[in-house]
Ligand binder design. Structure first.
Ligand code: GLN
Length: 509
């Protein structure tokens, strides 16, 4: 019974709760039990409070009992990245500087989850302030990739991705500034979507780089992710960059998966040298599957994408250096050296010195330098020009094709510790994902099989024009259906039979 709940899709769980076949308390209890059983090894969660979570499930069951219609995901549990403010519930952003801080309000997306009757299972581990690609920069713990525990689960949202892959949650929330939803999805065989910039509210999301940050949905199937997308997206007057337009028809697109006549452009610059053979192989197979489904495949060049990583590592740290100035030892969390003798400046210096980790300090220093007078034009100014050129590449490409595609990441999950002493090697994990953040368009990663050389998951990235998020789901659903048919079983079956399935099987042991 409990295994059947853990491996069910969120859509199915929601339907069975609505039909009265299951209660939210039963479903939520199954996932809380699974967290208790396996999270000691996976380390996906930073904070779980069983009583708090069960109280939410009881409240949803009571609302449903009165006949209230809460939508298709009512009663379904969800894991939430620890970057989202949750009222009265610890929110650390993976940093010591926020240890013990209890937000006084909920982020807008959290409010939307509650309104739709979703149940929050807990807060998931992440790289400190979302800076990293492996979740090894968390100040608290290192999360394992359920496919192979000595491998990284991606970052910065590695906790959310690992919770999905170890059957600890059927849905999760992430944020994507340079790839933190899509890269973890790619290396754990889950679905991760970065909506169009402005499509999801950033209100109550701890800011990393405000012009790039975008919250988004994570799931194990395309339809589940679309259902969550519809819950969390949409206009919010509390976020001045929020777009006042209807949410694109993502659920309809996920149900249809019709790609007949769709023009798909393969980005020449995102492939070739430096890409693992298994990644290239599965990517090409996915293209063939989409072609068989009726899509038209062409090559498209986006020449400025090659400069995206360099420009990102000037713009992002510049915004980081100003956003993180708010951690001044006075307003939030940690305060060090407040002995009545030290000056305010000294307390600030000691607190920031003790509270921030190395990667965060590195980026604050780079950003402050890039913005300093005399260097501003050469660094920040030039990077902004490159950003415009990248957006123009996208515009030109979308005149020829409906979506662009590439591998989500150049390699499969690397080994824990392998890149921690080489920041540049770590940064390269986001080579394919960063262009979409720079231009603000919609982008997603879908699972497309396992690399033969290491048996680890490969992600297929789809990029769509702003406010055409539904095209991502159309392609994702076509791919899911085609690959499931080719394999003769669903991706969830594959996940259950994989090493990650060991986490499912402990239920029966
Ligand atoms: N890995 C990238 C970085 O370290 C992206 C982070 C993110 O999307 N939050 O900046």
């Amino acid at each position: 019974m409990s295994t059947a709940i853990l491996r069910a899709t969120a859509a199915d769980l929601g339907a069975r709760i609505a039909a009265g076949e299951l209660t939210s308390v039963e479903v939520t209890t199954a996932f809380l039990d699974q967290i208790e059983r396996v999270d000691g090894e996976v380390n996906a969660f930073l904070h779980v409070d069983r009583a708090w979570t069960l109280a939410q499930a009881e409240a949803v069951d009571a609302r449903l009992a009165t006949g209230e219609n809460l939508g298709p995901l009512a009663g379904v549990p969800i894991a939430v990245k620890d970057i989202f403010c949750t009222q009265g519930v610890p929110t650390t952003c993976g940093s010591k500087i926020l240890e013990g801080w209890l937000p006084p309000y909920d982020a807008t997306v959290i409010t939307r989850l509650r309104e739709a009757g979703l149940v929050i299972l807990g807060k998931t581990n992440m790289d400190e302030f979302a800076m990293g690609s492996s979740t090894e920069n968390s100040a608290y713990k290192i999360t394992g990739n359920p496919w192979a525990l000595d491998r990284i689960p991606g970052g910065s949202g590695g906790g959310s991705a690992a919770a999905l892959a170890s059957f600890e949650a059927p849905l999760a929330l992430g944020t994507d500034t340079g790839g933190s939803i899509r890269q973890p999805a790619a290396v754990t065989a889950s679905v991760g979507v970065k909506p169009t910039y402005g499509g999801t509210s950033r209100y109550g999301v701890v800011a990393m780089a405000s012009s790039l940050d975008q919250p988004g949905p994570c799931g194990r199937t395309v339809l589940d992710t679309a259902l969550l997308h519809e819950v969390i997206c949409g206009h919010d007057p509390m976020d001045s960059t929020s777009i006042d337009a209807p949410v694109p028809p993502v659920v309809e697109a996920a149900r249809s998966g019709d790609v007949r006549g769709l023009r798909i452009g393969v980005v020449t610059e995102l492939g070739g040298e430096g890409y693992a053979p298994g990644v290239e192989l599965r990517f090409r197979e996915a293209l063939a599957a989409l072609e068989a489904e009726g899509a038209e495949i062409v090559e498209v060049s986006c020449p400025h994408f090659s400069y995206a990583l360099g420009a990102y590592y000037l713009i992002m740290p510049s915004e980081v250096s100003s956003n993180l100035a708010r951690f001044d030892a006075m307003r939030y969390g940690l305060r060090v050296g407040d002995d009545g003798v030290n000056s305010v400046e000294e307390v600030m210096r000691l607190t920031r010195g003790a509270g921030f980790g190395d990667e965060v300090k590195r980026r604050i220093i780079i950003g402050t330098y890039a913005l300093s007078s005399g260097y501003y034009d050469a660094y920040y100014g030039s990077a902004q020009k490159v950003r415009t050129l990248i957006a123009r590449d996208f515009d030109a490409a979308f005149e020829q094709v409906d979506v662009l595609v590439s591998p989500s990441t150049p390699t499969t999950a690397f080994k824990r510790g392998e890149r921690t002493s080489d920041p540049l090697a770590m940064y390269k994990a986001d080579l394919c994902t960063i262009p979409s953040n720079m231009a603000g368009n919609a982008s997603a990663s879908f699972p497309c099989g396992l690399a033969p050389e290491d048996g680890l998951p490969v992600g297929f990235q789809v990029m769509a024009p702003p406010l055409a998020d539904d095209r991502l789901y159309r392609v994702g659903a076509a791919l899911e259906r085609a690959l499931d048919t080719a394999r003769g079983h669903t991706l969830l079956d594959e996940l259950a039979e994989s090493p990650a399935g060991a986490y499912l099987n402990v239920v029966e042991a």
